[in-house]
Design a protein around this ligand. Structure first.
Ligand SMILES: *Cc1c(COP(=O)(O)O)cnc(C)c1O
Length: 450
């Protein structure tokens, strides 16, 4: 009998992260210093990140060993299961084989602890006492709060103000794990005070919160900054997910025809697909489909150019698909997918045509999420629900064509803290936001001039 869950033993957990940089067909365009426009050096990044992470950011080593202290924390919930979606396949009456790699079993409910634990470890190792970060709906803030707690590091989280007041549960989770969380823009930083002076009711944005957290880290010797997505070292830490999935599919005598995931900053999905990139580059037939919201269509509608990661322009310039660092996306429920930029590695691979991207409105996404929940039981987070919609459509296409494709879905987290969004959908109150073309044009006019 074929298995419903493909489980790895703890001893089978990968002991290295996979670094795609040396395998890229063309080198990744470097990050540039915001003032000089020259490629950033490790010394430029030293005020905000510990050297261990800066080395990983620029490393050309194929595999980087996962420290035992990090592995031992990973083992509390890893390896995560790979599920075969038998009940969904049956409900769709499809000959396609659907597998999903489920990261919702982590204590924070998503993939984010994979990098939070690693980042807290490297900061601790270099004697850092305090970490500062931003969070939108709270997924990243809660993951870092847990990571810092395990390593005895103080954690300060700048949380986008609208979410702070509308979504208290993840704030409570952060506080339970011992972090201090303030609504952003705050009075605690100059960037925050500047914005509040202009607009005391500013609802905040991820770009503003990043400026506050970076400023906090730059101004204190005992503090470093931490980012939960986008950067090379974050994607690196997430590759444990794809390496596990690959082993699990081998156990099921399978290899995917298609891998589907959602992209906000790009880390969860890159973590799943990067370990398959060497196979694809060697000519193996494999489609890699990134799914983003129509309300924040970074890869499908943005230009591929150098831009800042934050509103104040404190971060290095990254070559990426971007909607402009001052773009404030509409309040769709997939909070994790509302970032203006995209990981340079994901952007580069999309630009080379190695991976593809599609954008979806949120109503059909929630329809797919509910269909998935009713078949498989798991209530998905609104972010991966974007990928579920594409998986269902592809499986239905297989029903028409009779093809038995193998589909791997990156199920990045559960939706237990997003039930208000489900309530809106079930109550018929969900709105689709049209692509705000003028707003994007306005924000693109503010791209840095090189
Ligand atoms: C944060 C988050 C995302 C989006 O971030 P990426 O860096 O693109 O992965 C996706 N899914 C979940 C569950 C998240 O918490």
């Amino acid at each position: 009998m074929e298995k419903t869950k493909i489980i790895l033993e703890e001893e089978e957990m990968p002991t290295s992260w996979y670094n795609v940089l040396p395998d890229l067909p063309l080198p990744l365009p470097p990050a540039l210093h915001p003032a000089t426009g020259k490629p950033v050096t490790p010394a430029d990044l030293a005020p905000i990140f510990p050297m261990g992470l800066i080395e990983q950011e620029m490393s050309h080593q194929h595999y980087i060993e996962i420290p035992e202290e990090v592995q031992s924390i990973y083992r509390m919930w890893r390896p995560t299961p790979l599920h075969r979606a038998y009940r969904l396949e049956k409900a769709l009456d499809t000959p396609a084989k659907i597998f999903y790699k489920y990261e919702g079993v982590s204590p924070a409910g998503s993939h984010k602890p994979n990098t939070a634990i690693a980042q807290a470890y490297y900061n601790k190792k270099e004697g850092i006492k305090r970490m500062a970060t931003e969070t939108g709906a709270g997924q990243w803030g809660s993951a870092l709060a847990m990571g810092c707690n395990f390593f005895g590091i103080e954690c300060k989280v700048y949380m986008v103000k609208v979410s702070y007041f509308q979504k208290p549960y993840r704030r409570i989770l952060m506080e339970t794990w011992g972090a201090k969380c303030v609504p952003s823009p705050s009075e605690d930083t100059q960037s925050g005070r500047n914005i509040l002076a202009q607009d005391p009711d500013c609802p905040g944005s991820l770009g503003i919160a990043i400026s506050e957290a970076v400023e906090d880290a730059v101004n204190r010797d005992d503090t470093k900054y931490s980012l939960g997505s986008v950067l090379n070292h974050v994607l690196l830490h997430q590759t444990i997910v794809g390496q596990e999935a690959k082993k699990q599919l081998e156990k099921a005598d399978s290899f995917p025809d298609m891998i589907v995931g959602c992209i906000g900053g790009g880390s969860n999905f890159a973590g799943v697909f990067l370990p398959f990139i060497p196979d694809k580059l060697k000519g193996r037939k494999l489609r890699i489909i990134c799914v983003e919201p129509e309300a924040c269509p970074t890869v499908t509608k943005g230009p591929y150019t150098y831009d800042h990661g934050d509103v104040a322009g404190l971060t290095p310039l990254l070559k990426m698909y971007t909607l402009g660092h001052t773009f404030v996306p509409p309040p769709v429920h997939a909070g994790g997918l509302r970032y203006h930029g995209m990981a340079p590695i994901v952007s580069h691979l999309a630009n080379l045509g190695v991976i593809e991207a599609v954008a979806l409105p949120q109503t059909p996404v929630f329809e797919a999420a509910v269909r998935f929940a009713r078949a498989e039981g798991i209530v998905p987070a609104p972010e991966p629900a974007h990928a579920i919609k594409v998986v269902i459509d592809e499986a239905l296409a297989c029903r028409e064509s009779g093809e038995k494709k193998t589909i791997l879905l990156a199920l990045s987290g559960h939706g237990h803290f997003d039930l208000a969004a489900y309530d809106a959908y079930l109550g018929g109150k969900l709105e689709d936001y049209a692509y705000p073309q003028e707003k994007v044009a306005e924000a693109l006019a503010q791209l840095p001039k090189l």
